[in-house]
Design a protein around this ligand. Structure first.
Ligand SMILES: [Zn+2]
Length: 51
């Protein structure tokens, strides 16, 4: 599975569910790494090697 915060793969054992309270209405649950994890240093870009 993929962490919702850092977008990295994680195992079931490393993951936990966080409740994110919504501004209006019910919050959402996300599955992310336990504890802290770093967001990716740069936005996802798909670069293709030039050949
Ligand atoms: Zn993570």
């Amino acid at each position: 599975m993929i962490c919702a915060r850092c977008d990295q793969p994680m195992t079931e054992d490393e993951s936990t569910v966080y409740d994110i309270p919504g501004a209006t209405g019910p919050g959402v649950k996300i599955r992310a790494h336990k504890g802290r994890c770093k967001p990716p240093p740069q936005p996802r870009t798909y670069s293709y090697p030039s050949r």
